[in-house]
Design a protein around this ligand. Structure first.
Ligand code: SF4
Length: 310
């Protein structure tokens, strides 16, 4: 393992953060209880530092604090594409759908430097393996060429996460993610390139982003940009994310602390809150026109979403 501290440089978005280059022994991770059989994550930790990130607990596996260091201490699996190629070359590989980016953003700023997600997509293309990818970053459009090739030989879908169109609010809850309008532009570019693209309206935060107006605005914009599907989920708070999220509330939304403490006695929002969110999303979908999309025809379409699907 090699620790690299990225130095202050003009235009370097990850300046000052600690990056650990840690080659992986394996890349494909078997998943149970989800609509996909395998997942791949080329990074551990995520520079985007969303206050609601459910993946923060994975830093505990590295003995790193998922609240304070989730976005500043990032491990990079520098050999990810070559390890994956060895795994895909096995005779036992059954070409099941692989989810990319389940516990980190595959297009966080470090991807600009390491190009591991691109290498992974190229490997999946060469071994005719379908994929479903999720990101909050417009950097995904850099790889439209490989995504098109993968779509033709195996199938691919891309989910772009957008929680709100309110730029100030987005900056508050997803501090270093590109503004929502840039993500919508990425959705449009992917759709126009024939890539199956979804928008993940996720997570929806009770009392913060769950208004009918916010939900309707994201759904309408997603459809207008060409998303063939909009899916959502409501905030989930296990222990590490709970600490991070309540820290955010204390700092930025103290007026909501008591209500959140009452709503989130456990990990999930109460049923009446989640069902209210579901209803508002359904209504927004009903009143938004479906886009005309003509995705690239695939041999084995990868039409999955993370969590619940619309
Ligand atoms: S972009 Fe995704 S993985 Fe990264 S901090 Fe935000 S929610 Fe977590």
């Amino acid at each position: 393992m090699r620790a690299v501290t990225l130095l202050e440089q003009a235009g370097n978005p990850v300046a000052g953060n600690e990056v650990v280059e840690a080659p992986a022994k394996s890349l494909l991770n078997r998943v149970d209880g989800m609509p996909f059989a395998w997942s791949i994550n080329c990074y551990r930790g995520c520079f985007h530092q969303c206050v609601f990130c459910y993946a923060r607990r994975t830093h505990a596996y590295l003995n790193i604090d998922g609240v304070t260091d989730w976005g500043s201490k990032i491990h990079v699996k520098t050999n990810a594409p070559s390890v994956l190629r060895a795994e895909l070359a096995k005779r036992s590989w059954r070409h099941e759908t692989v989810a990319i980016g389940t516990v980190t953003d595959p297009y966080q700023p470090l991807e600009g430097r390491y190009k591991l997600t691109r290498g992974v997509l190229e490997a999946l293309r060469d071994y005719h393996t379908p994929a479903a990818l999720i990101t909050r970053s417009p950097l995904v459009v850099r790889d439209i060429d490989v995504l098109q090739q993968l779509a033709r030989v195996a199938g691919v879908s891309v989910s772009v996460s957008i929680a709100t169109l309110d730029e100030a609010l987005a900056r508050e809850i997803e501090p270093t993610v590109a503004p929502p309008r840039q993500r919508l532009r990425a959705v449009r570019m992917l759709a126009e390139a024939g890539i199956t693209v979804h928008v993940a309206l996720a997570p929806i935060l009770p009392l913060i982003t769950d208004s009918p107006e916010n939900i309707a605005a994201v759904v309408r914009a997603a459809r207008e940009a060409g998303a063939s599907k909009v899916w959502h989920n409501t905030l989930y708070l296990h222990e590490v994310t709970r600490d991070a999220f309540f820290g955010y509330l204390r700092e930025r939304r103290p007026e909501l602390l008591a209500e959140y403490a009452s709503l989130y006695r456990g990990k999930y929002a109460p049923a009446h809150v989640a069902s209210g969110v579901d209803r508002r999303v359904r209504e927004a979908l009903r009143s938004s026109p479906r886009p005309h999309v003509a995705p690239i025809q695939t041999r084995a379409p990868a039409q999955i979403s993370f969590f619940d699907e619309r």
